[in-house]
Design a protein around this ligand. Structure first.
Ligand SMILES: *[C@@H]1O[C@H](CO)[C@@H](O)[C@H](O)[C@H]1NC(C)=O
Ligand SMILES: *[C@@H]1O[C@H](CO)[C@@H](O)[C@H](O)[C@H]1NC(C)=O
Length: 471
């Protein structure tokens, strides 16, 4: 019998929704007295891919599916400029939906289970206001790492105390002493998200609200970020990861890519992929192509066309990639290389032919590469990726090699062929210390989720925390 229910408010993007649903399923699997309603904010980033994912979840016949529901919130007439003002404008829709589901159970018309809390995305902390109206606590689901969570709280604190301005550090040698990092943090890897003047005040407002949460659920695990996790005391942090999306990406292109990988010898391929929003100018594409050709390594390259202002919000696939590649490149690399558009990243990383991953260092990509023991070469573009590159990888945890740590997609800088080639050679080297370390942490990531593992136990504590809210 269901006694308690949680309301989830994920940010309206594929990655965020998938991670939130995976967390919900973990909770439901472990606690049979719980049900979850996921509210889908109607934002322009909700595309057909998200819809089909949600449909597949609705149609699922897993044992938790009867306790997992989705509600699509209505669309507002006005398109708002900033994401945070969009979230703010959605509060009334969220309130209305929650009123409905708490008044009566619309499926069985028996008394609905007691509402015991909200689980809201990193970017939706403003929804705490709605939870407060219902008199229930909020849990923030933080979809990046614990060290970055510590960094955000730190930036907000020094802004409030001494009007800290991150843009002043952008190109400087100055360093910050961040509690969640062992090493001093160099200003030049200041994450791009902190440098957008129009956003900074809203990011600070959003981050201040983290402190009002009952707890933070973080997609990480103790063995990966023990230092950062221990530095975060209030509110309590539950590291329950790695939470991975093992199969929401089903497309026809996948078969052909997998067939190509099947034909490559084990552990020989470098995979280049820069996330759903990542792309490069034609000049940069030429340098990457040059580096791949010179390195002589086998490669699988997800090459995307930059978003065209006013037309498409996200990068798309080229009809013919030859239009941006050096002349004859595809012919000269036939057999050892393959240029593709969108990539089924998890399936590729899981393939035994793949050895190295040139990555933008999105947090999910980092967790996936660890899980499948694929070493990363860092090439961050925007958001918090520079921070992740620095943390993981190059300095803090020694798990990756560096192509760039301080690259920004809006800088106009071109990374040259030699520099990329050096990074790729280093990435693909045999007997590397980094690979040994990645293997070790990979085993720990798998163990963390098993019964008795750290994330398994933290999830248990989180459930207890949630069920303690029952009156
Ligand atoms: C969400 O917005 C789109 C575009 O305006 C609309 O077609 C769709 O019906 C909306 N969904 C809901 C549940 O209102
Ligand atoms: C950098 O990437 C972000 C995220 O996709 C995008 O919004 C922005 O327009 C990009 N900037 C440039 C100059 O390409």
């Amino acid at each position: 019998m269901e006694k308690a229910q949680l309301v989830f408010v994920p940010a309206p993007g594929m990655g965020h929704i998938v991670s939130a649903v995976e967390v919900a399923k973990l909770l439901l699997t472990r606690c049979h007295q719980l049900s979850v309603t996921v509210l889908i904010l109607n934002h322009s980033s909700i595309n057909s891919k998200v819809h089909s994912y949600i449909e597949s979840q609705r149609a699922s016949s897993s044992i938790v599916s009867t306790r997992l529901r989705f509600i699509d919130l209505p669309k507002d007439e006005t398109e708002l400029f900033s994401f945070f003002s969009f979230v703010n404008s959605q509060k009334s829709h969220v309130k209305e939906a929650v009123l409905k589901i708490t008044q009566s159970d619309f499926v069985s018309s028996v008394d609905s289970p007691q509402l015991v809390g909200f689980v809201v995305d990193t970017f939706c902390a403003l929804m705490i206001d709605v939870a407060n109206e219902f008199g229930v606590p909020t849990y923030i689901f933080f979809t990046s790492g614990a060290a970055f969570l510590g960094f955000m709280l730190y930036v907000q604190k020094i802004y409030d105390e001494e009007k800290f301005d991150p843009t002043e550090l952008k190109d400087s040698d100055a360093e910050l002493q961040v509690l969640s990092l062992i090493n001093p943090f160099p200003g030049r890897v200041m994450p791009s998200a902190m440098l957008i003047k129009d956003w900074f005040p809203s990011i600070l407002d959003n981050t201040r609200r983290f402190r009002e949460a009952k707890a933070l659920i973080v997609n990480t695990f103790l063995d990966l970020e023990s230092y950062a996790i221990e530095s975060l005391k209030m509110p309590p942090v539950y590291p329950v990861g790695p939470i991975l999306d093992m199969g929401s990406d089903e497309r026809n292109t996948r078969k052909e890519i997998m067939r190509w990988l099947d034909d490559q010898p084990p552990s020989t391929v470098v995979f280049l992929c820069f996330g759903s929003k990542g792309s490069f100018s034609q000049n940069q594409v030429k340098e990457i192509a040059c580096a791949l050709e010179h390195s002589g390594h086998r490669f699988l390259w997800s090459l995307r066309r930059p978003a065209r202002p006013g037309l498409l919000a996200s990068p798309s696939d080229y009809e013919d990639p030859q239009e941006v590649l050096p002349e004859g490149f595809l012919d000269r690399t036939t057999g050892i290389g393959k240029v593709i558009g969108w990539a089924p990243q998890v399936a590729v990383l899981a393939h035994p032919a793949v050895r190295g991953f040139v990555s933008h260092c999105g947090w999910n990509s980092i967790l996936e590469s660890i899980w499948f023991v694929v070493t990363i070469a860092t090439w961050p573009l925007f958001a918090e990726q520079q921070f992740n590159a620095f943390e993981m990888v190059v300095v803090e945890l020694g798990l990756a090699v560096e192509i760039k740590m301080d690259y920004r997609n809006d800088s106009g800088v071109i990374v040259n062929c030699d520099e990329i080639e050096r990074g790729i050679r280093c990435l693909m080297k045999h007997d590397s210390e980094k690979r040994r370390k990645v293997k070790e942490i990979s085993e720990k990531s798998r163990r963390a989720l098993m019964e008795g593992g750290s994330s398994y136990s933290c999830l248990g504590s989180l459930i207890k925390d949630v069920m303690d809210n029952l009156s």
